[in-house]
Ligand binder design. Structure first.
Ligand code: FAD
Length: 431
C-alpha cells in the first residue's frame, strides 16, 4: 500500500470534484491556503441536482444525536408499515443495501456507540453557525444565515422525556436549550397545531434561508479569489506509481498534484475507480416548498412525531424530510413529497395550503455511511487523493469544518482528531 502521508507544498495544483456545499467550501479554503484550485463538477454550483440545493437548511449544534440510536431497530417495522411514515424501503433495493442497513442499525445500537458518534460529530456542528455566518458575510449574503434558533416540538412532555437519551447526548456535547410549554410554543411558533403541547428551543441553532443560493454565492466568492470552475463529469483518473497525476472527463484531461473527491453520492463510483471502497448509500429525501404562505413561522420547527422539519426560506416555506431507500437512478416517488405536504397541513392547521400542484417539490440524495460518520481523509490506495464526503443528513452544516480538516491534510499537517473519519476504515467493507 502506498505511503499516503506525503505533504503537498502550498501552490500545488488541486482539483476539487463536486460543486455542492462541501466541494465549494473546500475549494475556497484550499485557495486561501495558496493552492492553485480547479473545481470540476457535473452541475453548476447551486444547481437543483445537488443535494446541497434542497435540504432543510438546519445549522444545528443539536444534530449531534445520531440517526442510528439504541432501540432504533424496534421502531423501523412500525415506520415501514405506516404508508405515511417517514421511512420507505423499496424491496428492489434490499439485495444491494442489506449489509449496509445492518451495519447502520448496529452502529448506534448501544449507548456507548451512540455517544462515540455524537462526540465525533460535535466538531462539525458546535460552532457551525459562526463559521457559516462568517462565510456568508464574506460572500456578500449575510442575510442567508439566520440566527434565530431552532425549535423541536412534541405532543407532550412524556414524548420529550422518551427522547431523554438524545437530550442527554446534546447536554454532554455542550448544546444549550430551554423547554417550552404550550403557551411559549404558541409565541415562538404561531399557528402550530394544538396537538403539540411541549417543545425545546435551541437558541444557538441557525438556518440557511436559501441553501442553493448560498452555495452559488460561495462559488462566486471562490471564483473572485482565484478558484477556476469547470463543468464536466469526471469519469477517470490518471495514476502513476501510486500518485494521482490527472483527472479525466469525456472531453478533457486536467493535470494536477492532488484531488479532493467531494462529489456527494457520486463519490462512491469515483472511489471505486481508484480502488477505494466508499460505502455510500443514498438516503433519499424530499421537500415541498410553498411560495406564498401568509403567517409562516419565523423560526424553523421540527415535528418530532412526524419526523420532518419546516424552514422559512427566501423562496417560501419549505417542509423537508423522509428517508427512502431505492435502487440507484430510480425515479422519485412523489408520494413521499405529498406526505410532507399532508404533515405540514397537520402540523400547521391554520395555514392556508393549496394542493400539491401549487407547491414546488424536490428529491435529493443524502450521501450516507454505515457508521453515521463522514468520510474525510486520504485515499488508502492513491497518493494525492482525499475524500470529503459521506455527511448524510449533515452535509450543509458540516461543510466549513470539513474544508478546514481537508486543508490541513492536503498541506500535510497531522490531523489526529480526524482518525475516526478515515476512509481506510472501510478497507474490508463490501457493499
Ligand atoms: C431532505 C433533506 C434535508 C436535509 N437537511 C439538511 C439540513 O437541514 N442540514 C444539513 O446540514 N444537511 C441536510 N441535508 C443533507 C445535505 O443536504 C447533504 O449532506 C449535503 O448537501 C451533501 O453535500 P455535498 O456537497 O457532499 O453533495 P452534493 O450537494 O450532492 O454535491 C455533489 C456535487 O458533485 C457533483 N458530482 C457528482 N459526481 C460527479 C462526477 N463524477 N464528476 C463531477 N462532478 C460530480 C454533483 O453534480 C454535485 O454538484 C439534507 C438532505 C436532504 C435530502
Amino acid at each position: 500500500m502506498p505511503d499516503t502521508s506525503t505533504s503537498v507544498a502550498h501552490g500545488s495544483r488541486q482539483v476539487v470534484i463536486g460543486a455542492g456545499a462541501v466541494g465549494v467550501t473546500t475549494a475556497l479554503h484550499l485557495r486561501r491556503q495558496g493552492h492553485d484550485v480547479t473545481l470540476l463538477s457535473t452541475d453548476a454550483p447551486g444547481s437543483e441536482n445537488a443535494t446541497s440545493y434542497g435540504n432543510a437548511g438546519w445549522l444545528s449544534p443539536g444534530s449531534v444525536v445520531p440517526i442510528s440510536m439504541p432501540g432504533m431497530w424496534k421502531k423501523v417495522p412500525g415506520y415501514l408499515l405506516d404508508a405515511r411514515g417517514p421511512l420507505r424501503l423499496r424491496p428492489s433495493s434490499l439485495p444491494h443495501i442489506w449489509l449496509w442497513l445492518l451495519r447502520f442499525v448496529a452502529c448506534g445500537a448501544t449507548p456507548a456507540r451512540a455517544r462515540a458518534i455524537a462526540s465525533a460529530l460535535r466538531p462539525f456542528l458546535a460552532d457551525a453557525p459562526d463559521r457559516h455566518a462568517t462565510l456568508a458575510a464574506e460572500a456578500g449574503v449575510p442575510d442567508l444565515i439566520q440566527r434565530k434558533g431552532l425549535v423541536i416540538v412534541y405532543p407532550d412532555e412524556a414524548a420529550y422525556e422518551a427522547d431523554a437519551f438524545g437530550w442527554q447526548l446534546r447536554r454532554e456535547n455542550g448544546v444549550r436549550w430551554q423547554t417550552l410549554d404550550r403557551a411559549a410554543l404558541e409565541a415562538a411558533c404561531p399557528g402550530l397545531g394544538p396537538q403539540y403541547a411541549f417543545g425545546a428551543l435551541l437558541p444557538d441553532g441557525a438556518h440557511c434561508a436559501d441553501p442553493g443560493g448560498y452555495v452559488a454565492a460561495l462559488a462566486t466568492l471562490a471564483r473572485e479569489q482565484g478558484v477556476r470552475f469547470a463543468t464536466g463529469h469526471v469519469d477517470g483518473f490518471v495514476v502513476e506509481t501510486g500518485q494521482v497525476r490527472a483527472i479525466r472527463t469525456p472531453g478533457d484531461i486536467v493535470d494536477c498534484d492532488g484531488v479532493v473527491v467531494a462529489a456527494g453520492m457520486g463519490s462512491r463510483s469515483l472511489g471505486a475507480m481508484l480502488g477505494d471502497t466508499i460505502p455510500l448509500v443514498s438516503e433519499r429525501g424530499y421537500h415541498v416548498q410553498l411560495p406564498d404562505v401568509a403567517d409562516e413561522p419565523a423560526i424553523p420547527v421540527m415535528m418530532s412525531d412526524l419526523k420532518f422539519g419546516i424552514t422559512p426560506m427566501k423562496g417560501g416555506l419549505r417542509a423537508a424530510g423522509q428517508v427512502e431507500f431505492a435502487p440507484d437512478g430510480a425515479p422519485p416517488d412523489w408520494r413521499r413529497a405529498r406526505i410532507l405536504l399532508d404533515c405540514l397541513r397537520e402540523g400547521m392547521p391554520l395555514m392556508k395550503i393549496g394542493g400539491f400542484r401549487t407547491v414546488r417539490h424536490w428529491m435529493g440524495n443524502r450521501p450516507s455511511t454505515p457508521d453515521c460518520l463522514p468520510v474525510i481523509g486520504p485515499s488508502p490506495r492513491v497518493r494525492g487523493v482525499f475524500y470529503a464526503t459521506g455527511h448524510g443528513h449533515l452535509g450543509l452544516v458540516s461543510a466549513p469544518w470539513t474544508a478546514e480538516l481537508i486543508g490541513r491534510m492536503v498541506t500535510g499537517v497531522p490531523v489526529p482528531e480526524a482518525a475516526c473519519y478515515d476512509p481506510a476504515r472501510f478497507l474490508r467493507f463490501r457493499l
